[in-house]
Design a protein around this ligand. Structure first.
Ligand SMILES: C[S@@+](CC[C@H](N)C(=O)[O-])C[C@H]1O[C@@H](n2cnc3c(N)ncnc32)[C@H](O)[C@@H]1O
Length: 250
């Protein structure tokens, strides 16, 4: 257990297969933690930066806000948020401690440590009180969660009334031909690059399969409404390879 990273919850999954998925996800990100940021740049050819900046543009961070960045990993969203609103604060929560450890080292190097809190926790059972945060973000995290509905209802619970939820996730291309081409790239190239750069084909094979299984834009918008969010909207990024969803707790 590393100093300054709080462990506040335990994982108690209801069924064996759920336990398997959570264990698999935890193993994948423990394996890739030290190479995660570099791999992100290589695999996406830097495009994840454009998508995360689009998230910040839509979110328009303001000083004084308290953000919960769920599945926040190495803190990429947190740093972007603080860059735009230096007098805000961010709690980064993730179930993989080694990802948070990498992030905390980056925060110390950037002299941002006093604005950040790093918490080990599960999106499906958050270790926070009701109505605690102004904003909840989750970037490339929700598709890894075993019970997405539970994570969305937890997001709703911890947001204060008037608070906003924003999700950045891989999505579906509306055009079947483009989806076919993209699938060829992701199913063939990404696991091969994972093997070449990180000597870890399986983790990257899991990542591309999880992208394919995630609900499309309209289905996910419906899930947000079911969890209680209002004024739900989405924007496609790179023609739908990824999408941003926004919703409010009124
Ligand atoms: C692809 S990384 C995304 C990291 C960061 N948000 C970004 O955009 O670069 C996915 C993260 O989700 C975390 N994660 C997956 N399932 C989770 C859960 N149920 N609760 C908390 N974190 C989870 C993983 O540990 C991992 O750090």
């Amino acid at each position: 257990m590393t100093e300054n990273v709080r462990r506040t919850t335990h994982f108690g999954f209801r069924e064996v297969e759920e336990n398997d998925k959570a264990g698999l996800v935890h193993g994948v990100f423990t394996n890739v933690a030290s190479r995660y940021d570099v791999m992100n740049d290589v695999m996406s050819m830097g495009i994840h930066r454009i998508w995360k900046n689009a998230m910040m543009d839509w979110l328009a961070p303001r000083n004084g806000q308290h953000l919960l960045d769920m599945a926040g990993g190495t803190g990429d969203i947190a740093f972007r948020f603080l860059n735009r609103a230096p007098n805000s604060s961010v709690t980064v929560c993730d179930m993989t401690e080694s990802m948070l450890v990498e992030g905390r080292q980056r925060a110390e190097a950037a002299a941002l440590a006093d604005r950040l809190d790093w918490v080990v926790g599960d999106a499906m059972a958050l270790p926070f009180q009701d109505n605690s945060f102004d904003i909840y973000t989750i970037s490339f995290g929700i598709r890894n969660v075993t019970r997405i509905e539970d994570a969305l209802s937890e997001a709703y619970r911890v947001l204060r009334p008037g608070g906003r939820m924003m999700v950045l996730e891989f999505s579906q291309l509306p055009n079947a031909g483009m989806q076919w081409a993209y699938d060829r790239y992701s199913f063939n190239l990404i696991p091969a690059m994972g093997q070449m750069i990180a000597q870890d084909r399986e983790s990257y094979q899991y990542l591309v399969e999880s992208i394919r299984r995630f609900p499309d834009q309209d289905t996910f918008a419906g899930m947000l409404r079911t969890a209680g969010f209002e004024q739900v909207k989405y924007r496609n990024l790179s023609m739908g390879i990824a999408a941003l969803h926004s919703g409010w707790k009124i």
